[in-house]
Design a protein around this ligand. Structure first.
Ligand code: SF4
Length: 491
């Protein structure tokens, strides 16, 4: 077999798409760099991996050296030879395939490998991931068990972290063993692909999105038009691919006799005409239900695999920030905001500040209100002191998304999306005050990532600067709602 090193992650890449594997070797410059959220997910995974080592204390870690994998494998072999029973990042190579095992442990039953994942359950790709490890390690050692160590979402932190309860060890030996016979042929194909000069002739398809969104999609999808059939509102993916593969690539090209929903027909109509679609009756009906004072409300939440605070569960959605614009009957608008201390469990302070700032009556307007209502419900169940007051807020919510979803207004520049990040620039394309792209925090997942890491930043000035950016971002979310409602009123 040719001696091109295929790591565990390249093997998974190759299973998803041979072209992705080829591009990785031959056109790495076309690969999209991981964004801050993805990077944070990697970092969280590393932290969880280190924490899980505590389940098997007293082991020896193989120091990572990307220039000397052979040295890492040699050190692993030496430790095994010396009788070491637990090795972290144990390194093995077989036929040019390199694997680093999170935890290799020798129990009374024999050698076992443990793959640590910061997920709430075992995923299919993790079984594939572990199967290639088994293939390589079992060439060097007799293995008796393979397991995925993942987060147990039922764990609630009380005092010190309890690793036995935080982690769940899922034995996947019976899933990994049947895959072993396929691996040599899969690897042979991958070696053939990467050593070939020509790019494999593989079209885009479902495989570009599953199990992960491919980081070469900007390259492979570059000829897909901006208003492609993939932007059709709530059309299932099979139908989208059918249209695309039949040569109907853009929404405007869809024939008249093709069955579309009302919203999809509106998408086609506005793309052909270039004019927005307006149904004033839907908008008027929505506006007439609003009651003053109107509270424009937006929450930001974070979640993390390892709870830091008492009472916190893994991956629990925890509100840490809100922005609130209040408009009274005269049109006067005031702004209020809250951003929690990153070093304490924020839920009580969040609830207290919210109830202090919200008017006692009138409409509470949110964008996609199911999220905000869900957070109010979960905060109410966790803070008994404010439970009733929070429960009383729920009937006052109205959703500013509704007039758009109910086909009151659709603009071609919304590209099939009713997210506020799509609607705002479509309605106010040249307003620098309403441009998320000019901010250092540009979306909710970025806010979540940044806040979750804020407590680790030692420099107070840097921390303050990040807190200021979070405030600016969240304020724009509710200012956007104010402007969008003004826009609807003018219509
Ligand atoms: S974008 Fe799709 S076709 Fe292109 S390399 Fe990735 S998975 Fe393969």
């Amino acid at each position: 077999m040719p001696n091109y090193k295929i790591s565990k992650s390249l093997f998974l890449r190759g299973l998803q798409c041979h072209k992705s594997l080829w591009l990785y070797k031959h056109k790495p410059e076309e690969r999209r760099k991981p964004d801050a959220s993805l990077q944070a997910t990697f970092n969280a995974g590393t932290e969880v991996g280190q924490l899980a080592q505590g389940l098997f204390p007293g082991g020896v870690e193989i120091d990572f050296d990307h220039r000397n994998f052979n040295g890492m494998a040699k050190r692993t072999a030496e430790l095994i030879e010396q009788g070491c029973n637990t090795i972290y990042e144990a390194t093995f190579i077989r036929d040019g395939i390199l694997v680093l095992v999170d935890i290799l442990h020798k129990s009374r039953d024999g050698w076992q490998l443990f793959e640590v994942k910061s997920t709430a359950s075992v995923k299919d790709y993790q079984i594939l991931d572990t199967s290639i490890q088994w293939y390589v390690v079992s060439h060097h050692l007799p293995l008796t068990k393979a397991a995925v160590v993942h987060i147990d979402i039922d764990y609630v932190r009380k005092g010190e972290l309890d690793l036995q309860k935080l982690f769940h060890v899922a034995d996947i030996t019976d899933s990994v063993l049947p895959l072993q016979s396929q691996i040599p042929a899969q690897l042979q194909q991958m070696h053939t692909v990467v050593n070939h000069e020509d790019q494999p002739d593989i079209e885009i398809g479902d495989h570009c999105l599953s199990p992960f969104e491919c980081d070469f999609s900007d390259y492979c999808w570059r000829s897909v038009p901006q208003d492609s059939v993939f932007n059709l509102y709530r059309m299932n993916w099979n139908q989208r691919w059918e249209l695309f593969n039949d040569g109907i690539k853009s929404i405007a090209e869809i024939p008249e006799d093709y069955t579309l929903t009302d919203t999809q027909q509106i998408q086609r109509t506005v793309l052909r005409s270039g004019e927005p679609y307006i149904d004033k009756a839907v908008i008027t009906d929505f506006l007439e239900q609003l009651q003053y004072p109107i509270a424009y409300l937006d929450f930001e939440t974070f979640s993390e695999p390892v709870p830091r605070f008492d009472g916190q569960r893994p991956f629990q959605n925890i509100p840490f920030q809100f922005s609130l614009h209040i408009e009274d009957r005269t049109g006067r608008i005031t702004h209020h905001e809250f951003l929690a201390d990153e070093n304490s469990y924020p839920v009580h302070d969040f609830a207290e500040a919210l109830l202090a700032k919200l008017p006692e009556q009138g409409t509470i307007l949110a964008w996609n209100m199911g999220f905000e209502k869900g957070i109010v419900r979960s905060v109410a169940s966790g803070v008994s002191q404010f439970q009733q007051q929070l429960e009383n807020l729920k009937p006052r919510f109205m959703d500013l998304l509704q007039p758009f979803q109910k086909k009151g207004y659709y603009h071609p520049a919304m590209h099939g999306s009713f997210s506020i990040k799509s609607v705002l620039p479509a309605l106010f394309p040249n307003d620098p005050e309403l441009n998320y792209k000019s901010l250092s925090v540009q979306d909710g997942s970025m806010a979540m990532t940044i806040y979750a890491g804020l407590h680790k930043i030692a420099d107070p000035a840097e921390r303050q600067s990040i807190r200021d950016s979070l405030l600016v971002y969240c304020k724009l979310d509710t200012l956007a709602m104010v402007k969008i409602l003004q826009f609807l009123r003018k219509l």
